[in-house]
Design a protein around this ligand. Structure first.
Ligand code: HEC
Length: 132
């Protein structure tokens, strides 16, 4: 019986170690930028609304994610609804670094025409984390 309890608590600890906070993921991006980079929510907000003009259908991140990261988005091509990006409106957001990186890669290519820099990602994350 004790062995069983030990196993259960061990598994729970492993699960806890894997869960990531938005802060941890944002800090990792900031560190990746180097040079003592400090993320800025204001720069992230500008980035979110900026029209890059690379794609006609999706000129900005806000094209699909609406003008507010708290809003329910709508995919510019498929019309599918997209849950809010801000953790304040959707607790599942920014809690899985692999998922975050996957969508940065895809969306940056489409909208910005290149990979986003680690600094741009850190700014964007902090902007989403502070949205209320
Ligand atoms: C063509 C529509 C579209 C555009 C434009 C778009 N996104 Fe997204 N984005 C999506 C979809 C679809 C998802 C994933 C669906 C979901 O998780 O609800 C997503 C998910 C994300 C996520 C994942 C967050 C998480 O933890 O779940 C991030 C971060 C993100 N987008 C950032 C951006 C950024 C930065 C831009 C602009 C460079 C951008 N998106 C532009 C459609 C878009």
């Amino acid at each position: 019986m004790y062995r069983f309890l030990f196993l259960i608590s061990f598994l729970a600890l492993c699960g806890a170690a894997q869960a990531e906070t938005p802060r941890q993921i944002a800090d990792a991006y900031a560190a990746g930028q180097g040079g003592g980079f400090r993320a800025s929510a204001a720069r992230g907000a500008e980035f979110f609304a900026h029209r890059f003009g690379v794609s006609e259908k999706m000129p900005a991140c806000s094209t699909c994610h609406t003008d507010s990261p708290l809003g329910v988005g709508r995919h510019a091509v498929t019309g599918k609804s997209i849950k809010p990006l801000a953790p304040a409106a959707n607790a599942e957001r920014l809690s899985d670094s692999a998922k975050v990186e996957k969508w940065f890669t895809r969306n940056c290519k489409e909208v910005v025409g290149r990979d986003c820099t680690p600094g741009e990602k850190a700014d964007f994350m902090v902007f989403l984390m502070e949205a209320r």
